[in-house]
Ligand binder design. Sequence first.
Ligand code: RB5
Length: 152
Amino acid sequence: MVSDRPIAIASDHGGLDLKNQVVRLLQDDLGLKVDDMGAFSDESVDYPDYGMLVARAVSTGQADRGILICGTGIGMSIIANKFAGVRAALCHNADTARLSREHNDANILVLGGRVLSGELAREMVRIWFNTPFEGGRHKRRIDKIRELEEHC
Ligand code: RB5
């Protein structure tokens, strides 16, 4: 990672437990700065209210990368991909986490707190932060998305 901007992270109640594990991993094991945007209790909340905070941070450049977690990851990925410049990838295993970086240059990793074990999720986070974008033919495809974003 090039800049020293913090990693933006948020969850709803369905992802709270896993978010707390991921925050510790990012700070203590990977030595990254973290901007934890909530939620901070297991009270039932609406995932768009938290997903938009991380998506906006990445979209505006306040953060280079983000992580979003809800029960399945589906709601968070839907809201995040509404924001310009956001490439949020809902990943389920080590391969999709790696490929989301290599092929899609994903800037937000989305996880399902109710469908992943903590151990697998933490492995996916490590892979996601250590895998560079491959560029080449994949850059051409990302450029097409960027261009479409301006016209739809
Ligand atoms: C909340 O119950 C649940 O709907 C949410 O965490 C998420 O799975 C939505 O996609």
